[in-house]
Design a protein around this ligand. Structure first.
Ligand SMILES: *[C@@H]1O[C@H](CO)[C@@H](O)[C@H](O)[C@H]1NC(C)=O
Ligand SMILES: *[C@@H]1O[C@H](CO)[C@@H](O)[C@H](O)[C@H]1NC(C)=O
Length: 248
């Protein structure tokens, strides 16, 4: 349909374009070939008001939704990220930090879109929050500690945060001011296994390995650069866990 009508559409657009502006919007193919370039691909769908973008290549994103399953290193399921309105003892930005042991209605549901490759960074948003905003599942540090590293025991909270721009260093939370530094766009997904991985960006723009740790005694999830260092002389040691998106 579109293809057979294309010459008509093309001449229609050319007419429209020339009546709208006397400056040519596109170089003609003759001009391109004179410069040794191949003819340009038809792009007129872009300029036709209301037309479907048949000839443009908007890269489709894949919608995902589900709950967040936390697995131990041996692959066994530790639990699901909880959805709670009881503020954690640690900070007010800690509603999604632990695992839920209370049943499906206390599980956090999330949704997001990712490119076909699964590459990040992208945001994950809570879709059934029992807690007040913010609703993004991300990383939350403090003014004093907002970096992690392979040779450091520093941790950053796994927590509900405001949306932050992609590929940026931690920024001050709009509601918690200069006490809390956050990042939301830290995620990527393996499209086959649905494993979610985090990539935190430090204030110096370095990208440390971002391990997800789980302290079973405190029921706390967090990000850390070196779990061995974290566990040295620690009364409540934690283990490395993996995060997977699974169906509701
Ligand atoms: C969650 O708790 C806050 C106060 O801690 C309250 O303002 C809010 O209404 C509660 N939300 C729900 C959904 O219960
Ligand atoms: C991680 O911490 C352990 C224990 O402190 C240390 O032996 C190891 O060298 C650290 N790893 C890196 C990459 O620094």
């Amino acid at each position: 349909m579109l293809l057979t009508n294309f010459p008509i559409a093309t001449s229609l657009i050319l007419t429209l374009l020339s009546s709208v502006s006397c400056k040519p919007v596109h170089e003609t193919n003759a001009q391109r070939m004179a410069r040794g370039l191949p003819p340009s691909a038809p792009k007129f769908g872009r300029t036709l008001p209301g037309a479907k973008r048949t000839y443009t290549s908007a890269i489709p994103r894949i919608p995902y939704s589900g709950r967040l399953e936390v697995r131990q290193e041996d692959g066994s399921v530790a639990g699901y990220v909880r959805n709670s309105n009881s503020s954690g003892a640690i900070s007010k930005f800690d509603h999604s930090s632990g695992l839920n042991f209370l049943g499906p209605e206390q599980e956090l549901h999330v949704s997001f879109t990712a490119p076909f490759s699964g590459n990040g960074p992208f945001d994950i948003v809570a879709s059934n929050p029992l807690f007040p905003a913010p609703f993004y599942v991300g990383a939350s540090g403090t003014a004093d500690i907002n970096s992690i590293a392979g040779d450091s025991r520093n941790t950053i909270s796994f927590s509900n945060v405001e949306q932050t721009p992609k590929n940026t260093i931690p920024i001050a939370s709009a509601t918690d001011g200069l006490n809390t530094f956050i990042e939301s766009a830290i995620w990527s997904i393996n499209p086959k296994t649905k494993e979610l991985k985090a990539q935190y960006i430090n204030p110096d723009k370095s990208k440390p390995e971002t391990i997800i740790g789980y302290d079973i005694r405190a029921n706390r999830l967090f990000f850390v650069g070196n779990i061995t260092a974290y566990n040295v002389n620690n009364d409540t040691p934690a283990s490395t866990v993996q995060l997977y998106l699974v169906a509701l």
